[in-house]
Design a protein around this ligand. Structure first.
Ligand code: ADP
Ligand code: MG
Length: 223
């Protein structure tokens, strides 16, 4: 299985649906250690992304890279919170790392490198280390699990499934951490004992990838 335009579109639409469904929980988590807007920030962003991709005036994207680049650009322009620029830059980096139109779409290994570029973009902008209780704490184990699965011969659905599980564990593992970046860091030790909202939304993003690649494998000619 490759990351072609339909798969990229399916992934972004699945993220938008997950954000819609989980926005209450994301906001609840952000109310405990932030300002309670993470769910509404992402909802506003991904609603705009759907319009940018599927709206009546949306030009057809020229490849999977263009889908993800447009997703990132839209998030940057529509989301004011810390997560908008961070996820925006991440999606733009994923899009830029994918093959250009006319080239063969990315397979599992190349897509892993695009996911790595996404994490680098988050870290370049946010300067968070693993353990700082941020997006990085879900994305890092997700990428490690994805790469390990591909190295062991897994196709995209299996690698994405491993990544989703690792991201979800990574998000849970933020509970005992003290936040050292972002708004939650203002709380100091009082940020301990709460799950990080951004790590939680990153897990949604990887779970959406696992879901759409599994559905694609069930439909398509295998990977
Ligand atoms: P804001 O904090 O501006 O209200 P959001 O509520 O949308 O923005 O997003 C908060 C999430 O952003 C946090 O839970 C954290 O995971 C993530 N975050 C904040 N700062 C950073 C950073 N420097 N690097 C990575 N992730 C960060
Ligand atoms: Mg917030």
């Amino acid at each position: 299985m490759n990351v072609d335009t339909p798969l990229a579109l399916a992934w972004v639409r699945a993220i938008a649906a997950a954000v819609e469904q989980e926005q209450g929980r994301l906001t609840e988590l952000d109310s405990a250690i932030g300002d309670g807007d993470h769910g509404s920030n992402l909802r506003r962003g991904f609603t705009a992304v759907l319009t940018a991709l599927d709206g009546p005036d949306a030009p057809a994207p020229a490849g999977a890279g263009a889908v993800l680049t447009r997703t990132g650009t839209t998030l940057i322009s529509k989301v004011g919170g810390a997560s908008g620029p961070l996820y925006g830059k991440a999606f733009r980096a994923i899009g830029a790392a994918l093959p250009q139109p006319g080239e063969a779409p990315a397979g599992p290994a190349a897509f892993g490198e695009a996911l790595a570029a996404g994490l680098r973009a988050v870290r370049d902008l946010g300067r968070a280390e693993p353990g700082d209780k941020t997006i990085v704490d879900a994305w890092t184990p997700a990428l490690d699990a994805y790469r390990a699965a591909v190295t062991a011969g897994a196709g995209l659905p299996e690698a994405a499934g491993a990544a989703a599980g690792a991201a979800e564990r990574g998000a849970l593992d933020t509970v005992p951490l003290q936040a050292r970046k972002g708004r939650a860091s203002y709380l100091g030790p009082r940020s301990v004992g709460h799950q990080d909202p951004g790590a939680t939304s990153t897990a949604l993003l990887f779970r959406a990838l696992a879901d759409v690649t599994r559905a694609g494998a069930a439909r398509g000619p295998g990977d």
